[in-house]
Design a protein around this ligand. Sequence first.
Ligand code: GLN
Length: 535
Amino acid sequence: MKTKYIFVTGGVLSSLGKGVAAASIGNILESYGYHITIVKLDPYLNVDPGTMSPLQHGEVFVTDDGAETDLDLGHYERFTKTITSQKNNWTAGKIYYSVIEKERRGDYLGKTVQVIPHVTDEIKSAITSLDGKYDVIIIEIGGTVGDIESLPFLEAIRQIGLSSEDNDSLFIHLTLVPFIKTAGELKTKPTQHSVKALREIGIQPDILLCRAEIPLPEEIKEKIALFTNVKYEDVVSANDVDTIYKIPLVFKEEGMGDLLLKKLDLKMKKDDSSSWKKWVDKIYSLENEVTISIVGKYVSLSDSYKSLFEALFHGGVENNIKVKFDLIESDTLLDDDLEKRFENSDGILVPGGFGIRGIEGMIKAVEHARIKNIPYFGICLGMQTASVEFVRNVAGLKNAHSAEFDKSTDQRIFLKLKELIGIEKMGHNMRLGQFSCSLKEGTLCRDIYKDEKIMERHRHRYEFNPEFEEVLESNGMVISGKNKERNLVEMIELKGHPWFIGCQFHPELKSRPMNPHPLFISFIGAAKKFKGLSL
Ligand code: GLN
């Protein structure tokens, strides 16, 4: 199979939604019957985003094979059928690391190692390593054209474009056409400059995708075309929409689908956006609303919980209900009147997180949900805080804690994986990627999944200490899911509570619009019931 490439670059400024644009292009090509995947090239020097604070970088998206990646891979998986892997995200750090390793091994045979050709060749082979498996690979280049860091990446894609046959590669550039209120005008100059910067390094865009508050009028498109050396019909308007899931449909309406087929010389094998459109239409028909309180430590940046918000939203659509997020900085709960704070909550969720800040606030939130019978969903750190709360307040072991937060306590409910099973290194010393979980018969979890064995994605360092399993179970908490291979606790649920589940993995990473995750469907259903709405 000959693979074609689409390169997506960005200009003017960041946060224009390049990831969603790339994902939407993938969605359109799939609707025409093509097998695609999407790769993100990130120009920063971290080897992966795993070491960055979510407040800096947003969520770390984890793949089945345990790669810690950029959150755009979440968009790719939610908008298309692609299952991403280690090969779908390359940072400058990962590329340079590999070049330097090769240099140390002597692979370059006495040559001077340089950005061109050695770094650019490494980038090219990262891209081409997926060749033959897909009809089209979409490659999104992080950052903005004009950044020093992105130069080797742009040079590499320029070379691929040059060596490709006609219609085998396509350059799409996303820019901003700002509307200046005082002048009452859309301004094309930033787009002109951004394309100029791209052309200076040898890349002539084939299609311009122009973000604007309103659809571009004809004369603006003409002006952009004239100054950027792009044909009028190849300037596509990407105006703001109220839900990102509408974007593939809007792009198609704007003629993007036809342009992709024409420029890549592909036939429309089928044209099937109907189920996607039906799902998007459903968003506009949702009645009522439930409020989910998210008690976390990275709530000041909504990108930190990207997949979580999307999964809750998917669960809401499935339940025909809007989901309102009540974001709570867990620290603030310590001196709060919880009764009042959670007065309007129909569900409480503690998401994943690292480090001690905010932990006691989360534990208070769990206690409140447990006592007041409010649906509770604990994800990773949220399962850990739920276990600690239970062992402290129900089993009466007041010093209970995770070894992550209190190394000296003799009641360590969570232990570092390596201490537990004697493995020094496992991934990046974390349990990363997909692992199996066997569900106990007769439990709520088993009922929700309607399956005995499930696979879910992990990203954590600490595991439930088996010495305390008996303490949990004899006090009324059920261990409903376990990884049998390593005898690790994966899921817990509280007997007698309407909906109280903790899981050690991240189910939000596997929720898709038309295939919402069962735990999120069930949780939103429980919130609906809590509010007194019929299911
Ligand atoms: N900090 C915890 C651990 O490392 C939980 C991690 C998470 O929530 N992803 O085990």
